[in-house]
Each structure stands twice: as structure tokens, then as C-alpha cells.
Design a protein around this ligand. Structure first.
Ligand code: NDP
Length: 284
């Protein structure tokens, strides 16, 4: 019997967990605070930022939303990030990507101190994750792991296949699965025999960015299928990377789009922010 992994329900439970931790910190006089920097008028980014601010409110986390003009210079954005870095009442700093063309994304991300890098994108955090040191795990892959574990699946020893090798999803997802002792294969645009590789996966994570890329024949019977893709179709609706109807006939567990990895990603950011506040106050 196939079961849908309910991202919304799991995200709600994760946010409740964050809210409880916030309560405990507040009782010790620490009010977790997330600063979100948005540069420009990208409509999707505006929606994401609003979502994060709402999530913070829901969890009892304070938020500061800083909206800078589309024409902001690199120096202005860097100065803003540095001011937040120096502000002890701010525990997490998130710069909403993409940034306007005149701004060097790497330089801005690097200006976020590792202890406040709740997105987990800075080189120091990425390095710490690789060697298994305390860090902030990137929210989307960490959410994927939670979703897999929510099914009761023991990742240890499983054949896990990740399609996609981006720095924000594919690579860290593969690393976290490896950390959980899966045998991991990473597929990308140059992979040969991708279909066969996927069809042997006990756990299949799709982070390609192409609607319907994973077809039913690429899903092993009984597999856990995690669909990270968010693709807006000609119909105006959101579609995952997986042909849901076909894959659902084979999979034991599958995430829907929307209502899957997306809400979990947001919830994981709340947990990272709480963790940042605890660590910066010597309470973790
Ligand atoms: P990228 O475009 O950075 O990476 C896509 C990856 O897919 C690349 O590694 C690319 O390979 C690979 N790929 C592309 N085409 C093929 C193909 N034909 N065969 C095999 N591999 C292919 O995307 P992201 O990782 O940033 O995002 C992936 C998807 O996840 C997107 O739909 C995005 O919107 C969504 N997303 C969802 C989030 C959420 O919260 N749910 C968060 C972040 C992203 P190569 O490296 O060889 O080019």
C-alpha cells in the first residue's frame, strides 16, 4: 500500500517542536531572532520572505525583515549583513537568493558568520557538514531526511539515489544520506543509464527542476520517493520532478508537490534559528 508523506502535517509538527524550544529559551531570557534580507522586487522571493516571517511568528521567533532596493550596491548589502552579524540580538541571518545581478552572491553569503548562517550555505558550514562537525544543516536536504525517517524507513544500508548535484539540494542531500549510512549514488545531466540506476533505488530523491522527469518505470516497487522539484507548469500550477500518479503506483511512500518538501524546508529553518539562538547563548 502506497502512503503519501504529508509535508504539511510534518512541517506543523516540526514547527510545534521549534515553538516548544523557543518557549524554553524565552524562559531563560533568550528571544530567538531571525533577520531576513531581501534585495529587490522578485515576486517569488517576496512570497518566500513573507512565508518565513509568518513561520517565525507562529513559532514565537522574532523576525526582522530588511527590504533593500533593487538598485542597492554590493557595499550596501555587505554593510547590512555585517551590521546584523555584529548585532547580538540577531541569531540567524538569511539573505534571500537570487540577488540582483550587480551583487556578488558569494561575497554576501561569505559575510554571514557561520554561527548565524541558518541556511547552511556558507563554505564553513558546508565543510563542517562534510566532516560531521556541529553545523547548520541546509533546510531542504535536512527536511528530506526527516520526511524519509517519518515513514519508519531505516536509511542504514539502503540504496539511495539522488538526482541533481546542486550545492543547495543534491550534494548536501547525498551527504546527509551517506551520514545515515545509505549507499549513495548521485545522478546528474551527464549520468549514463540514469533510468536503471533510479529503478534500483530504495530511496529516490529527485532535485532536477524538470516537471515529470521521474517516470513510473524509474521507481522500484516499495521505494521511498522524495520529490524536491518545484516547477510552475503552463497551467500555472506547481509540479514536482516526479510523475506522481505513475510513481505512486510503485512507491511505498511518496511526497506530493505542493505540500511536500516545500513546507518541510520552511519548518527546518525555524529549527535552525532556534538552535542558533541556543548556541549563541551557551544553551546548546
Ligand atoms: P539546479 O538547477 O541547481 O540543479 C539541477 C540538477 O539537476 C543539476 O545537478 C543538473 O545536472 C541536474 N539535471 C538537470 N537536467 C538533468 C537531466 N536531464 N538528467 C539528469 N540530471 C539533470 O536546481 P536546484 O538543485 O536548485 O533545484 C532543483 C529543484 O528543486 C528545482 O525544481 C527547484 O525549484 C526545487 N527546489 C525546491 C526546494 C524546496 O524547498 N522544495 C528548495 C530548493 C530547490 P548538472 O549538474 O549536470 O547540470
Amino acid at each position: 500500500m502506497m502512503a503519501i508523506i504529508d509535508g504539511k502535517a510534518l512541517a506543523a509538527a516540526t514547527k510545534a517542536e521549534a515553538a516548544q524550544k523557543v518557549q524554553a529559551l524565552r524562559e531563560k531570557g533568550v528571544v530567538p531572532c531571525l533577520a531576513v534580507v531581501l534585495v529587490g522586487e522578485n515576486p517569488a522571493s517576496q512570497v518566500y520572505v513573507r512565508g518565513k516571517v509568518n513561520d517565525c511568528a507562529e513559532c514565537g521567533i522574532e523576525s526582522r525583515s530588511i527590504h533593500m532596493a533593487e538598485t542597492a550596491t554590493q557595499d550596501e548589502v555587505l554593510a547590512q549583513v555585517r551590521a546584523l552579524a555584529a548585532d547580538a540580538s540577531v541569531h540567524g541571518i538569511l539573505v534571500q537568493l537570487p540577488l540582483p545581478a550587480q551583487i556578488n552572491e558569494k561575497a554576501v553569503i561569505n559575510a554571514i558568520p557561520p554561527e548565524k548562517d541558518v541556511d547552511g550555505f556558507s563554505p564553513v558550514n558546508v565543510g563542517r557538514m562534510q566532516i560531521g562537525e556541529p553545523c547548520y544543516l541546509p533546510c531542504t536536504p535536512a527536511g528530506c531526511i526527516r520526511m524519509i525517517e517519518s515513514t519508519g524507513t531505516d536509511i542504514c544500508g539502503k540504496n539511495a539515489v539522488v538526482i541533481g548535484r546542486s550545492n543547495i539540494v543534491g550534494k548536501p542531500a547525498a551527504m546527509l544520506l551517506l551520514e545515515k549510512n545509505a549507499t549513495v549514488t548521485i545522478c546528474h545531466s551527464k549520468t549514463k543509464n540514469l533510468r536503471e540506476i533510479c529503478a534500483a533505488a530504495d530511496i529516490l530523491v529527485a532535485a532536477v527542476g524538470r516537471a515529470g522527469f521521474v517516470t513510473g518505470d524509474m521507481v522500484k516497487p516499495g521505494a521511498v520517493v522524495i520529490d524536491v522539484g518545484i516547477n510552475r507548469g503552463a497551467d500555472g500550477k506547481l509540479h514536482g520532478d516526479v510523475d506522481f500518479a505513475a510513481a505512486a503506483e510503485k512507491a511505498a511512500f511518496i511526497t506530493p508537490v505542493p505540500g511536500g518538501v516545500g513546507p518541510m524546508t520552511r519548518a527546518m529553518l525555524m529549527l535552525n534559528t532556534v538552535q542558533a539562538a541556543a548556541r549563541q547563548n551557551g544553551l546548546a
